[in-house]
Design a protein around this ligand. Structure first.
Ligand SMILES: [Fe+2]
Length: 196
């Protein structure tokens, strides 16, 4: 499950139900899709789609996405640092940015207009969807491992703009990790490569 922090307010959330409500209040959807027997981190795409098919198709239809695919990032992924440099800058899109995490961990910072920054540390089983126009930026945790389902917009409007605020410089991509909260369980990571 995710760890949500609001550094400027000194608040931390670790319970999925609380996280869901808190993030919904700023236009960010959060869900936990779990299985009693989770599939391995490096499971074939076919197995992933078979396992999570009902949730994926239901969500795609509900949000109007045209499709979804699987993205894989690992330390050896060609161009990873260049890719991350782009993700690390505050920006917004005119469509939803939705990911379901399969392996690895990442940090998404969300900065809705007129509000302070909320930091969301994501792990396998987390679905996050950032609404159109909401400023955000993203980075990977130290392992530089990330495997996720990426939902694709129905129309390729493709509008994305960097804010140029530089606010991301005030937030280190520090991942507290499962060890910070003993109730959490780390899952193994594995790989292939792709782009986010
Ligand atoms: Fe984005």
């Amino acid at each position: 499950m995710a760890i949500v922090r609001v550094p400027q307010l000194g608040r931390t959330f670790i319970m999925p139900a609380e996280i869901e409500v808190f993030l919904a209040g700023m236009g960010v959807e959060y869900r936990r899709w779990t299985r009693v027997n989770p599939i391995p981190a490096g499971a074939p795409v076919e197995e992933i789609l078979k396992t999570y098919g009902p949730e994926l198709d239901s969500y795609r239809t509900r949000r109007g996405f045209s499709a979804y695919d699987v993205v894989d990032l690992e330390p050896e992924t060609p161009g990873l640092e260049e890719m991350l440099r782009a993700f690390r800058r505050e920006h917004w899109h005119d469509d939803y940015e939705a990911r379901f995490i399969l392996a690895g961990r990442g940090v998404c910072n969300v900065h809705p207009a007129g509000r302070v920054v909320t930091t969301i540390e994501l792990e396998p089983g987390d679905l996050i969807s950032i609404g159109p126009g909401i400023c955000h930026w993203f980075d990977l945790c130290a392992e530089k491992r990330f495997r996720a389902i990426r939902f694709l917009a129905a129309a390729e409007t493709g509008r994305m703009e960097y804010t140029g605020s530089g606010i991301e410089g005030d937030y280190e991509p520090v991942c507290m990790g499962p060890a910070y909260f003993p109730v959490k369980a780390m899952r193994p990571a594995r790989t292939v490569s792709h782009s986010l």
